[in-house]
Ligand binder design. Sequence first.
Ligand SMILES: NC(=O)c1ccc[n+]([C@@H]2O[C@H](COP(=O)([O-])OP(=O)(O)OC[C@H]3O[C@@H](n4cnc5c(N)ncnc54)[C@H](OP(=O)(O)O)[C@@H]3O)[C@@H](O)[C@H]2O)c1
Length: 276
Amino acid sequence: MTIPTRDLNDKNSIPALGFGTYKLWGDEGVDAIQSAIDVGYRLLDTALNYDNEKEVAEAMQRSGVPREEFFVTTKLPGRFHGYEETLKGFEESRVNLGLDYIDLYLIHWPMPRLDRFVDSFKAMAKLQAEGLIRSIGVSNFTTVHLDRVINETGITPAVNQIELHPYFPQGPLRSYHDAHGITTQSWTPLARQRSPFKEERVLAVANAHGVTSSQAILRWHIELGSIPIPKSAHRSFQEENAKVFDFKLTPEEIASISSMETGRLWGGDPDTNEEL
Ligand SMILES: NC(=O)c1ccc[n+]([C@@H]2O[C@H](COP(=O)([O-])OP(=O)(O)OC[C@H]3O[C@@H](n4cnc5c(N)ncnc54)[C@H](OP(=O)(O)O)[C@@H]3O)[C@@H](O)[C@H]2O)c1
């Protein structure tokens, strides 16, 4: 299966759908990631804090797919915020992944209490200039954090990866992204344990197109202009989730799913959430 690509604001291209790897560990994790690669996923989303960059590296190696076909994302944790610290944290990830360069490097959480995310972003720009990172971005940033990065570095992040699912469509933040040329990525696109699969509005859209609830939701992300990164340990779900490029939702169907909004599900308020 070939997943289409789209352009970022720095002219690099990125797959329009990715594979999340959170909680995929050990041999089982490697098998699940390798299966996703076999299905056709090329965007692999990991983080130093997921403690599975080595599993991602192993799966990539075993797959036999050339390195340049992959789009590997990893993330800087809070304990490495700051200019020099970021250089060190990045190197740890790069070595774990066994790669010469990382396709997309993100600041995992802004952690405004530390007030060091601008310094981290400056260090990421240096690594990008050296060819060690292709695209630089952020995760869980609000418009206030994004304004600071843009104003204080003169660089607009390529991506902001945020909590986004039918219960939290993130309308205002997506509008800001659109106005600034930032690509939105949806983490927990299927809303994980509070599964929206049985919701009437999702089932109505799924039935109208002869697709599953998961496919209806993932297509909704794509119609919103976001890149979903669903995780699944099962090949059948991995295949199902990648088949979302041969149907389109109507504006009414998009609005119907967006109207399920209730708010954040995990209390991960970017102004206060801390992950070291
Ligand atoms: N930047 C951040 O702060 C942040 C935070 C959280 C997550 N993330 C990233 O986002 C990725 C995705 O989020 P997530 O893993 O939390 O949740 P998710 O992708 O919304 O949901 C994953 C869950 O849905 C199940 N599932 C997947 N496809 C399915 C299908 N077609 N039918 C039924 N069930 C299905 C999976 O089951 P099985 O695995 O059992 O198949 C798993 O339990 C993560 O892996 C991670 O890479 C980033």
